[in-house]
Write a protein that binds this ligand. Structure first.
Ligand SMILES: [Zn+2]
Length: 283
């Protein structure tokens, strides 16, 4: 394999998550934080939820057993920040921080290395469409988890009954729950996704999350088949909690895009365990 191809396979590791300026400049690859959220969901499931809550979640997912529901929930918690992997979000590296020469240098360095690794960043200053990352997640995730129906652009729901649950699950990943997203909102978000080059890198990102929890992203429909948005309300809240805890655990720049995925996975599990232990101690 040529060097550039090898690098392109790792382009997804250059999506950034938390940028932390508190002690020097650190940033985490988004994938590291996504798989931490996935591991937090596992920890919550195994150590915090009651047997009754676990059974209710499995029933809401219409999963064949609790183990299927658990890995699907972990995968979805991890995938829920997928929408941050968009052109407008990625070109705003550190934008919410106060500007400084150190931040400018870090942004320029990140950009140069990300481009070299194959991230299809737009030209500096290009006009970009914006959309809420949660809406972008809803627009793109069904296609990455097994819906390959022709004739439907992302943002539209296909008519395949086997795929209905994929749309419902993707819609449940916003903080307001599964029953609030309007089709027009999702269709508008689709126009901010950046097109096929971005689709390819987002697919690698989602596959990495799936690898972390031990499933194939495209086989999600074989694990869960939710049929009604209100059955996923408790799950939506757990996803928010997993993301919050993973962000707290992740703010120190614990991973680098040069790390192997397995190394990141080990770190993510450790941080998730610590985050949930802290939560149990502090109540
Ligand atoms: Zn479909």
């Amino acid at each position: 394999m040529s060097e550039s191809k090898e690098l392109n396979r790792c382009a997804y590791k250059w999506f950034w998550g938390v940028v932390d300026l508190s002690v020097g400049l650190e940033w985490n690859p988004l994938i590291a934080e996504m798989i931490t959220a996935a591991s937090v969901m596992i920890e919550l499931w195994e150590r915090v939820l009651s047997p009754r809550q676990r059974a209710d979640l499995a029933e809401g997912f219409a999963a064949k057993d609790e183990q299927s529901a658990r890995v699907a929930a972990a995968f979805l918690a991890g995938a829920s920040r997928l929408g941050e992997a968009s052109p407008s979000r990625m070109t705003s590296f550190g934008a919410e921080k106060q500007s400084s020469p150190a931040l400018d240098r870090a942004r320029a360095e990140w950009r140069e290395q990300a481009l070299r690794a194959g991230l299809p960043l737009p030209l500096a200053g290009a006009r970009l469409r914006h959309a809420d990352p949660e809406h972008i997640t809803a627009a793109v995730l069904p296609r990455l988890t097994g819906c390959d129906c022709a004739g439907y652009v992302d943002g539209e729901q296909c008519r395949d009954r086997d795929h209905q649950g994929l749309h419902l699950a993707a819609y449940a990943l916003n903080r307001h729950g599964a029953d609030v997203l309007h089709a027009d909102t999702v269709a508008k978000a689709y126009r901010a996704t950046g097109g096929p080059a971005w689709d390819a890198v987002r697919a690698a990102l989602v596959n990495a999350v799936a690898h972390h929890v031990g499933i194939k992203a495209q086989s999600l429909a074989s694990l869960i088949r939710p049929t009604h948005p209100t059955s996923l309300t408790a799950f939506s809240r757990l996803v928010s909690q997993s993301n919050r805890l993973s962000r707290e655990a992740a703010s120190r720049g614990f991973a680098s895009p040069f790390d192997a995925l397995d190394v990141m996975s080990e770190q993510a599990r450790l941080h998730a365990r610590e985050a949930v232990s802290r939560m149990r101690v502090t109540g």
